[in-house]
Design a protein around this ligand. Structure first.
Ligand SMILES: [Zn+2]
Length: 306
C-alpha cells in the first residue's frame, strides 16, 4: 500500500511538472487575493493557497497565514485596499507551505507567532504524509531564515487587550502536531487553520506530528472550549462556518476512524476501506469520498491502531 502511495505520489509529481511546463508557456495568470469582510475589521483572504485572516487592530494589522510561495506580495497589496495601517504580525496556524510561504515577502520587522511544534516544523518543512520530499533547501533556508516564527506558545497565548485582543490555543494533535486556533474574542470570530479545513476528510499529517486517531477528540475539545466563537474562517472552505459545523466535522472524523478500525480488527485491508467507505448521507454539504484521501487517512489510522 505504502509503495503504491509512493508510486502514486511520483506519478502525480510527474504529471505536475508536465502541467507546470505547459503552464509556463502561457502568460502568467494574475495573482489576485480576494478579501471578504467577515466582521468589522476582520477579513477572509481567499486565493493562492489556504485562506488568510486579516485583522485590523488599533496598533496595526495581524495576518493569519500567508499562502503559497509568491502570494505574500499580492496579499500585502490587497490589504492596502482596506487599511493604511502597518502590518505588525503574522500568525501561522500550522507548517504547511500553502499557509506559511508568503511569510518571506513580509517586512523583516513583522512579528511572527506560531505554536512551538509548528515553529520547529517550519525549520524543516518536511513534506506531508504520503508526499515525496522536494530536494534542496526549503523556502526559509533560501531566505536566510526570514519568515520563521520569532515567538511561540505551547497551550495558550494572549496578544493585546480589549478590541485588539487575540487568543491563541493549542488543543492537541489533529491535522499536524502544532495546529493553532486563532480567536478574536471581541468579534466572536476565529481562524481554525486546517484543523477544520472544510467539510471533508482532512489531511492527517503524521510526518508533521498530526494524528488520525486523536483528530476527532482534538476538534471536540476545541468546540467545547471555544464558547465565545460564532463565526469560523476555515483553512480552505470558501464560506465561513460555525462551532456547530466544527462539532459535526469532529463526529464525521470519528465515524471514519471507527470504520477503519473496525475493518482492521475484522481482518480486512486498507484497500477494502477505500472500496467500501462512502460519505454518510447525514453529513449534508460534505464532499463525496476521494479515494486518494481515503487511502492516505486510512493508512495513517491503520498504523496508529493496535
Ligand atoms: Zn495544511
Amino acid at each position: 500500500m505504502r509503495r503504491l502511495m509512493m508510486l502514486g505520489a511520483l506519478v502525480s509529481l510527474g504529471l505536475l511538472s508536465m502541467k507546470v511546463a505547459a503552464y509556463q508557456q502561457r502568460p502568467a495568470a494574475p495573482m489576485v487575493v480576494e478579501l471578504e469582510e467577515v466582521r468589522a475589521n476582520l477579513y477572509m483572504g481567499k486565493g493562492g493557497g489556504g485562506n488568510s485572516a486579516v485583522f485590523v487592530g488599533s496598533d496595526g494589522v495581524t495576518v493569519v497565514d500567508t499562502k503559497n510561495p509568491g502570494w505574500g506580495t499580492p496579499l500585502l497589496e490587497k490589504i492596502k485596499s482596506v487599511t493604511d495601517k502597518p502590518i505588525v504580525r503574522i500568525i501561522n496556524t500550522h507548517t504547511h507551505g500553502d499557509h506559511v510561504s508568503g511569510n518571506v515577502d513580509f517586512p523583516a520587522t513583522v512579528d511572527i507567532v506560531a505554536q512551538e511544534n509548528t515553529a520547529a516544523n517550519m525549520k524543516e518543512m518536511r513534506p506531508r504524509t504520503g508526499v515525496a520530499a522536494t530536494p534542496g533547501p526549503n523556502i526559509f533556508q533560501r531566505n536566510e531564515g526570514r519568515g520563521l516564527p520569532k515567538r511561540t506558545f505551547k497551550d495558550t497565548m494572549t496578544i493585546g487587550t480589549g478590541a485588539d485582543q487575540i487568543d491563541l490555543y493549542y488543543f492537541g494533535r489533529a491535522h499536524t502536531g502544532g495546529d493553532a486556533f486563532v480567536v478574536f474574542p471581541a468579534l466572536r470570530a476565529m481562524h481554525s487553520g486546517d484543523a477544520f479545513h472544510t467539510r471533508d476528510l482532512p489531511i492527517m499529517d503524521t510526518n508533521n506530528g498530526g494524528s488520525g486517531v486523536e483528530y476527532s477528540a482534538t476538534l471536540a475539545k476545541a468546540a467545547a472550549a471555544l464558547t465565545n466563537v460564532d463565526v469560523i474562517i476555515n483553512g480552505h472552505n470558501p464560506a465561513t462556518t460555525t462551532i456547530a459545523d466544527m462539532k459535526i466535522q469532529s463526529e464525521f472524523i470519528a465515524e471514519f476512524v471507527k470504520f477503519v478500525q473496525d475493518a482492521k480488527r475484522a481482518g480486512r485491508t486498507v484497500d477494502d476501506v477505500v472500496a467500501t467507505w462512502a460519505t454518510p448521507a447525514k453529513y449534508v454539504g460534505y464532499a463525496a469520498a476521494n479515494a486518494e484521501r481515503v487511502a492516505a487517512d486510512a493508512q495513517v489510522i491503520w498504523d496508529e491502531t493496535m
